[in-house]
Design a protein around this ligand. Sequence first.
Ligand code: ZN
Length: 188
Amino acid sequence: MALEIVKYGDPVLRKKGARIEKITPEIEKLVKEMFETMYAARGVGLAAQQIGKALQLCVIDVSEVEDRPSTLEVNNQEADVKAFMPLTLINPEIKPLGKEVAGAEGCLSFPEMYAEITRQESVEVTALNAKGQEMHFRAGGLLARAIQHEVDHLNGILFIDRMEKPDKEELKLRLEALQKETKAKLKR
Ligand code: ZN
């Protein structure tokens, strides 16, 4: 079942996620629901904070995106991105690599808001998958961007924190309105 996505203004988005020590049936259910929620919202990534749980858990699937390429290396060998999707990352540790690149980003917790965000071109990832097995890989392109965006969420960091000042200034009124709306909803 698709869950409601937490919007900007909810304090859970600022919480650092707790590490997951064991893949319990509750975690398995949460992963399934997070994928359902992400697909229903047509997103390419979703962090646990966005469904109200401060955990080190995010889901990603870039396989439907044709116009923004992704790259993947597993064991130093080029691998098929689509075959690697969907991706569940538990307790991820990342090392951003390469040069910085700007690219358009949105976030399901900020409906209809987009901005250019500068991130590193590729990223080395160590994480557990949904079965609790350790994975190591290197991602580039859109996948690297999505991973950096989601891992930020797991640490309470939002894409507005990485926006250029003029872009954030332009969104200021809409951000304030969204924050107000979310806070009013939480009081009800
Ligand atoms: Zn986001």
